[in-house]
Ligand binder design. Structure first.
Ligand code: NAP
Length: 322
């Protein structure tokens, strides 16, 4: 079957490690099911895999992709939950299972005509969402949902700052926060992306690191090193900075007094559990909010989609269709 996979890893030239070609047909182990993929979406995680951060050379070749929507063997339209883990081992939440993995880390991912996953990782796709929209949910959108609604402690009417407005997680956070009645402020290095963030519903936008008119109740930060100090400076005393990624670098230097003197909580957040993915799907159906899609490409043009992500030139999600 056709698939987009990491043939090797390359820290400096990740695109050179990506190949699109034939991979063996998967066979489901006991308790696993086969899904015919209708759409998958790209996350920065796929670039980290090609760079050798989320994947080792020994694990290649590995089919990339954490996100998919498709059809199961009984003809049901499904959304695939990407976290392969045991809720019992994580105190009731598979994202806390120390042995959890995401699709494309231990098991082949979603950028293929077919994939196999544990049966419990399938959720019904509602008819209100297209396959392309549903394929955006399992990583970036789920991560933003958990950061906002399980971790940030915000309530309708609060103000939230979203760093790096163009990214998959960031655009999701803007749309979800706005739909939940939060006031959204967003930063971006690019003027075009700042304008686009306003169109998505941000109340105000600022240059990266720019001075804000006041403090915010919480910050959604997926950028990491380049923005963490600004995130801490922007937070009100007792507020929360929720971190899920480090696109700009993994070693941030911060003014520690901003943490202890202002009593700001810094929280890490990863993905979301099955219940939270169902909550996200229900939220979209109820509110009418929809994923922001930058581009839909056939799987054969996966290189073009990956290139956009490496350049950082996209606004929203890149969707690949087999
Ligand atoms: N923990 C988890 O479960 C989880 C889940 C999803 C994602 N993540 C992580 O979250 C991060 C974002 O993922 P994504 O898929 O949303 O990636 P993405 O779509 O590639 O987003 C990247 C965004 O980061 C901003 N950015 C990059 N470098 C920057 C810099 N030097 N200074 C300021 N902003 C910079 C850019 O915003 P502007 O161009 O607008 O400034 C860009 O739009 C990744 O590191 C990913 O690994 C983690």
């Amino acid at each position: 079957m056709l698939a987009a996979y990491a043939a090797r890893v390359d820290a400096d030239d990740p695109l050179s490690a990506l190949e699109v070609g034939e991979r063996p047909e998967p066979t489901p182990p006991d308790g696993w099911v086969t899904v015919t993929v209708k759409a998958g979406s790209l996350n920065h995680h796929d670039v980290w895999a090609l760079r050798g951060v989320a994947l080792t050379a020994e694990q290649t070749p590995m089919i990339l992709g954490g996100d998919a929507a498709g059809v199961d063997a009984d003809g049901n339209e499904v959304v695939v939950h990407s976290v392969i883990g045991d809720p019992d081992a994580g105190g009731g939440d598979e994202t806390y299972d120390p042995r959890r993995s995401l699709l494309s880390e231990k098991y082949d991912g979603t950028f293929a005509e077919r994939l196999v996953v544990p049966r419990r990782n399938l959720l019904p796709k509602p008819k209100e969402l297209s396959f392309e929209e549903a394929a955006c949910l399992p990583t970036a959108w789920l991560t933003a949902y958990k950061m906002l609604f399980s971790r940030s402690g915000t309530r309708p009417g609060d103000t939230v700052l979203v760093q790096g407005a163009g990214g998959g997680v960031a655009t999701a956070a803007i749309v979800l926060a706005r739909a939940a009645g939060l006031r959204v402020w967003a930063t971006s290095r690019s003027e075009d992306k700042r304008k686009a963030a306003l169109d998505l519903g941000a109340a105000d936008v600022f240059e990266a690191g720019g001075r804000l008119p006041g403090k915010v109740d919480a910050v959604i930060d997926s950028v990491g090193e380049a923005t963490l100090d600004h995130s801490l400076r922007s937070c009100r005393p007792g507020g929360r900075v929720v971190l899920c990624g480090a696109t700009s670098g993994r070693k941030a230097s911060v003014e520690l007094a901003r943490v202890f003197f202002a009593q700001v909580d810094v929280l890490g957040s990863t993905m979301g559990n099955r219940r939270e993915l169902q909550g996200l799907i229900d939220f979209l159906v109820t509110t009418g909010a929809r994923p922001v899609i930058d581009t839909v490409l056939p799987l054969t043009q996966a290189h073009d989609g990956f290139a956009k992500m490496v350049e950082g030139s996209l606004f929203g999600k890149v969707v690949l269709t087999p």
